[in-house]
Design a protein around this ligand. Structure first.
Ligand SMILES: NC(=O)c1ccc[n+]([C@@H]2O[C@H](COP(=O)([O-])OP(=O)(O)OC[C@H]3O[C@@H](n4cnc5c(N)ncnc54)[C@H](O)[C@@H]3O)[C@@H](O)[C@H]2O)c1
Length: 266
């Protein structure tokens, strides 16, 4: 199956590093013209340059996703530079760690601004052009923690749960315009492919995923091979989110018994 996105224009938010950078590279590898949208100019420019050096088409756009005007201008510039907008990947990440008692209202607002409000705003400015051009595809990044919370991570887990509903809502609202909106749910991704930490020994595949394994799925989701996938939650986690607590306990005991687990590094 060869995915051809050569007539498509994509914006990837948070594309200066890790998953976003891998998604941008993969989309460009499939022929798309890609806007690397990030607040980090140094790494963002370097991702765009490396795509161009490999024969792809990319453009870095510095944007602070907290700012509505900057998001509006990012979409306007994309239309000016590439004359279209077909794909929107809402991937950017900003987190504040803590429980309800730990964080301030400002922490809550700053976290939600990037994790959720920015998705609403990028969509608000991108969708009219997608409607005009006959369709589009939006992928919003959630997390396993948006389904099953972990302790002291209230803004992240709550925002990521809301992302799922935002995608479902937009899938219903804009499906009639041939705009598909899906949620991508990654498991724990390693920035370094050989960085197989202790926790990953418990995972069904006995390893974390790599950014490119997320990027492959994103390319499929925005392609013409996925035209019936709309409002879906696509879990790409190697089965990490699957085991019952009892299985996790069992596996930890097994690893300890075999002397294969360094508790200090868990
Ligand atoms: N890495 C994982 O293990 C994992 C697991 C589950 C879900 N996810 C989700 O996948 C997505 C990518 O994760 P990642 O680990 O690659 O993220 P990351 O933190 O490595 O990168 C996030 C990017 O967002 C950019 N960004 C942050 N604030 C911004 C702002 N105000 N304006 C513009 N850009 C801004 C950063 O500069 C950075 O380049 C996120 O939505 C994350 O929640 C990641």
């Amino acid at each position: 199956m060869l995915i051809d996105l050569s007539d498509r224009v994509a914006i990837v938010t948070g594309a200066a590093r890790n998953i976003g950078a891998a998604v941008a590279r993969q989309l460009a590898g499939c022929g798309a013209k890609v806007v690397i949208a990030d607040i980090d100019s140094v790494n963002g420019k370097s991702v765009a340059e490396s795509i161009i050096n490999q024969g792809g088409n990319a453009y870095f756009y510095k944007v602070d996703l907290n700012e509505e005007e900057q998001i509006r201008d990012m979409v306007a510039t994309t239309l000016k530079v590439y004359n279209g907008l077909d794909i929107l990947i809402n991937n950017a990440h900003y987190e504040v760690i803590g429980s309800v008692l730990d964080i301030t209202a400002d922490d809550w607002d700053r976290s939600f601004a990037v994790l959720l409000r920015a998705m609403f705003l990028t969509s608000k400015y991108a969708i009219p052009h997608m409607i005009e051009s006959g369709g589009g595809s939006i992928v919003n990044f959630s997390s396993l923690y948006g389904k099953n919370p972990i302790s002291n991570y209230v803004t992240y887990t709550t925002a990521k749960a809301a992302v799922i509903q935002l995608s479902r809502q937009m899938a219903i609202d804009y499906g009639r315009y041939n705009i598909r909106v899906n949620t991508l749910i990654p498991g724990g991704i390693s920035a370094n492919p050989i960085d197989n930490d202790e926790a990953a020994k418990i995972f069904p595949l006995r390893r974390r995923g790599q950014s490119k394994e997320i990027a492959y799925v994103v390319c499929f989701l925005v392609s013409d091979y996925a035209t019936l996938i709309n409002g879906a939650e696509i879990v790409v986690d190697g089965g990490e989110g699957l085991p019952h607590m009892a299985e996790v306990h069992k596996r930890i005991k097994e690893l300890i018994k075999d002397g294969e687990l360094d508790i200090e590094r868990l």
